[in-house]
Structures are given as C-alpha cells and as structure tokens.
Design a protein around this ligand. Sequence first.
Ligand code: SF4
Length: 336
Amino acid sequence: MGVTFKQILSDPVIDERWNKVKQYFFLRESTYDMTCRCNLKCDGCYYYIGDKQYAKDEMDTEKWRDLLTAEKDRGITFVVLAGAEPSLVPELCKVCYDVIPLGAIASNGLKPFPEDIGYRIHISVWGDDEESRKFRGRACLDQQLKSFGGDERAVFVYTFTRRNVDQVGSVVERIAAHGGKVHFNMFSPTGGYTGELTMDAEALHRTREKMLEMLDRYPETVLYSRYNAEVHTDPERSLHARFKCPYPRCNSDTRLGLGRSFRQYRSDLTWDRSVACCVPDTDCSDCRHYAAGSAIVTARMAQHVGSELEFKKWLDYVDTYLAVWVQGYEKGTNLC
Ligand code: SF4
C-alpha cells in the first residue's frame, strides 16, 4: 500500500511548507495584452504571430477599469500584464493595479515602471550583450539594471535558448552584483518557427546542468529548484505531454480550474477561448515556458502525492512559483 497524504504531512517540515503555500490557493489568473506596440523586435517573439498582434489598442482608461472590475467580479484575483510591451502604457497598468492589486508584469525592462504599481515585474533577458544585439536588436542588460537594479519588484528571467546556455554564468553574476533575483525560462517556439533558438536534446541536457550550477553558486540570487530544472528540461516530454495543460486552448472542460476561469484578453479587450493560454501561438508540443509551467505544474498536485519525495518536489516548485510571481512572498529553502 502506498503512503497516505496524512503520513506525508506527519513530517513537520513538509507540513509547514504545505501550510505556507496553500494560503495562496485563492489565486485565479487571467492575462491581458496591454498594447500591440513594443520597443524591441525579438526573434521568435510569441506576440507578433497570429491574430492578436493586429488588435487595435484600447487606450481609454475607463474601459480598462470597467473590464478589470468585471474580472474581479467573476473571481479573478491575479493578473498578468503582457504583450507587447506594458511599460509603454503605464497608465493602463496602474488602472489594473488599482482594481486587482495582485499580479505580475512581463516586460523587456528597458523602461522603469512608476513606483505606485506594486506588481511583480518580470524582466526578460536573452543571453549576454552580443547575443541580445543579434536576437533582440540591442544590448539590454545595462539599461535593465539601471532601470530595475535594487527594485524589490523585479525578477530577471533568463531565457535559455540553444545558443546561449554557456552565457548564463556571466549574466547571473552581473545581476547578482546588483542584488537582483533571477528565474529561468526556456525558449518555446511558436508554431512554424524555423530560427536558431529552438532547443534540442543536447541543449536541454546542458541547460539542466547550468541551472543546477547557478542554483548552487548563487542561492541568494536564483529563484529555482531542482524539480523546476527537471520538468522544464525534460527532453522527452513537453509540459503538456507530461502534465496535460489545463489552459482553455488545450482543455475543453469549462467546469473547473483554468478551463473555467482563465481568459487571455487582447489589447482591444476581446478574447477567444479557442486560443487562450498564457503564451498564445506557442507550439504546445514544445512548450517549456516558465509561465506555462507555473500554472500547469502547480495545478497537478494530485500527480505528486504518491510519495514523500514527489510531494516535496511539488512543494519546491510551488514555493518557487509564488516567490517569482507574488510580490512580498519569500522563497523558503528547497526541500530537495
Ligand atoms: S502553449 Fe503551453 S501553456 Fe499554451 S496551451 Fe500549449 S501547452 Fe498550454
């Protein structure tokens, strides 16, 4: 007979971590494209693929306030402001914050956000300066550190690609010197992408090793766990193949969880259930994106209660997810 959940929780360390993370089970997420404009042009960007890029920006703050109020009324407690570049419309971000004060912003980090927007701010980093020049059109890290070094809201999200695995050490070192926090993302191609950045099995293997090395070398800087590295660099299975993605695009069940509540609004305030997920137009069969995992893995607690080790891994993942996404949440020491 397998171990019971009660038996797993009889370990006081596990029980304490469980009680810490379960206080956040009230979080209900939706995502919002804030504008179709961006001040960078990045290779493989998921925003400039598909229909969403052609939406006409809604700039009326009162229409945004009405939308967010309706979202709050239907139970949304956590917003992710994204595509294309939210820092170009800070007044709209502020309206969102005034109505739903828990959330995160996905930004390229070139422009600072006003201090009165208290969301977590995720700053995308794509390798060293030379790599950034080649694939984003300019070196970004100096400006990002100038805008966000010492900002308690900031998390620098390093996206691993097939080309930049060995650059991560020098980048994390620079961010650590500024007291910043780092999380890891995986380049996840959009459907039909044929560029140089897509991972292969060898790059996934090297990425996993680098993630663990960074975790050991910069424990105060890197917000990650061994289990994050395991699931995001699995060469055999994408997140969807391993855990079955619950976002509407992959999930026709409208009764429960993300299939019931999640919406992905375009910058004209419309949404389409058939394409709704946190990274629309990404190829599900190769999706290892950090934002996807944050919802997919955390939603699959039931797949992790068969042993104490599996549950500890899941707790590490959820603890990491909360530290990365929720302003003020402090990450604990990884359990494994
Ligand atoms: S791209 Fe990723 S997050 Fe989006 S529906 Fe597919 S598997 Fe889910």
